[in-house]
Design a protein around this ligand. Structure first.
Ligand SMILES: Cc1cc2nc3c(=O)[nH]c(=O)nc-3n(C[C@H](O)[C@H](O)[C@H](O)COP(=O)(O)OP(=O)(O)OC[C@H]3O[C@@H](n4cnc5c(N)ncnc54)[C@H](O)[C@@H]3O)c2cc1C
Length: 389
């Protein structure tokens, strides 16, 4: 393989659209192939984009468009689930504020921005196979059509097809033992300063913050030994899940109040909480992975989308500067340590959420908890060396 000029990006989610924009900036022509007929599935959930994700978006000039799709939540308060505040943090000076938004709004903002910059997105193209030749790779889609380019980038999410094309023995997602839920509680349920995310641990965990309209948006989980699929979770009525959540959080402050003031029509069942264990092979031949396909850290980290964006930018930088397989090697060297460290920390938080730890294991300082994660900056103009620096 020599200098890369064209790329197939499989998956039009967060990582895929940013990869295509970053490749365009690197002078590489990319087309996104998305399985769904229209916009990618937003799953109705809320997510937060951290300062590091927003800083990476600046490189493809998407930071402002994405911020406009959400609202700033720079502060964090940790509490013990019995009504006692443990610590508070107001964000690092000089870094953009974490922004919360509906996942669907983030998809839309990124897609609109990518289309406006001339990125081609082909909908209804579900990748089923890839054929490599010495001079190119051809993607085969479920509708029988094909497309060829120099490289194929799997940005196809946590159930990635490209991951198994690279390595049929690749691990799949790991279930964290809890089902995720979110909902909206009435404005005056509990005090909560605007722009602050509250994490209340204890026998169970609940997180919440105030939306711009005053309502309180919360996220919580229920331990469940068997990993019900999202479809199975949705077959159970919201009233039943809400009753189960109220029972589990009956002694939790402020979980009990938040759940008591939530109506079933606002309940969002986000399905099993999952993360990707370490993936042995990030690339093979002309195929490479980005985002959740290779490093989903679970929603506990609040970093899945931000890390997918960082990796998308770094992959484009490597393909810009290194003409052959060295680009994929350098990309893996740049990214593996960081994403696996953050993924490992999220696994510990999941154990706390599953009730396997009474509170955050030991309470770290905000600098320890967020410093290296939030301050991460990608230097787009620096040339990548073969050693991945
Ligand atoms: C409930 C929940 C809450 C979350 N909260 C946060 C948060 O607060 N902060 C945060 O940073 N992250 C959060 N995340 C994680 C974040 O959503 C993901 O990390 C992020 O979406 C990963 O982006 P991605 O592009 O790799 O994958 P995705 O966004 O999942 O995109 C993958 C795309 O590939 C497409 N696709 C799949 N298979 C194929 C195929 N064979 N052919 C073509 N296309 C295909 C899919 O349709 C999809 O559009 C949360 C996730 C969940 C589920």
């Amino acid at each position: 393989m020599s200098a890369v000029r064209t790329a197939l990006v499989i998956g039009g989610g967060i990582g895929g659209t940013v990869t295509a924009m970053a490749l365009a900036r690197a002078g590489i022509e990319a087309t996104v192939h998305e399985a769904y007929p229209g916009d990618a599935d937003g799953v109705g959930a809320m997510l937060s984009l951290a300062p590091n994700g927003l800083a990476a978006l600046r490189i493809v000039e998407a930071e402002e468009a994405v911020q406009a799709a959400g609202h700033p939540v720079p502060g964090v308060v940790l509490a013990d689930g019995a009504g006692n505040q443990l610590s508070e943090f107001h964000g690092f000076p000089g870094l953009p504020a974490t922004h919360a938004m509906a996942r669907a709004d983030l998809y839309r903002a990124l897609t609109d921005h990518a289309l406006a910059r001339g990125v081609k997105i082909d909908y209804g193209k579900r990748l089923v196979a890839a054929e490599e030749r010495p001079d190119a790779v051809t993607a085969v889609f479920a509708d029988g059509s094909t497309a060829s380019a120099d490289v194929l980038i799997g940005a196809d999410g946590i159930r990635s097809t490209v991951r198994t094309l690279i390595d049929p023995a690749a691990p799949g997602p790991e279930y964290a033992g809890v089902l995720g839920f979110g909902g909206l509680a009435a404005e005056d349920t509990v005090p909560a300063a605007p722009g602050t995310m509250y994490f209340a641990f204890g026998s169970s965990f609940i997180g919440y913050w105030r939306l711009p309209d005053g309502q309180l948006c919360w996220f919580a989980s229920l331990p469940r030994t068997e990993p019900l699929s999202r479809a199975e979770v949705h077959r159970i009525p919201a009233e039943q899940w809400l009753a189960e959540l109220r029972e589990r959080y009956a002694d939790h402050v402020p979980g009990a109040q938040l759940l008591a003031h939530t109506t079933p029509d606002t309940l969002m069942a986000t399905g099993p909480v999952e993360r990707m264990p370490s993936v042995p092979h990030w690339h093979r031949g002309r195929l490479v992975l980005v985002g959740d396909a290779v490093h989903a850290p679970s929603s506990s980290s609040g970093q899945g989308a931000s890390l997918a964006i960082e990796s998308a930018i770094e992959l484009a930088r490597c393909l810009r500067d290194l003409p052959d397989h060295a680009a994929f090697d350098a990309y893996e060297r740049l990214r593996r340590g960081r994403v696996e460290l953050i993924g490992g920390n999220a696994a510990a938080t999941n154990r706390a959420k599953a009730g396997q730890a009474a509170s955050p294991p030991t309470l770290p300082s905000p600098e320890q908890m967020f410093g290296p994660v939030h301050r991460h900056l990608i230097d787009w103009d620096a040339t990548v060396s073969r050693a991945g620096q």
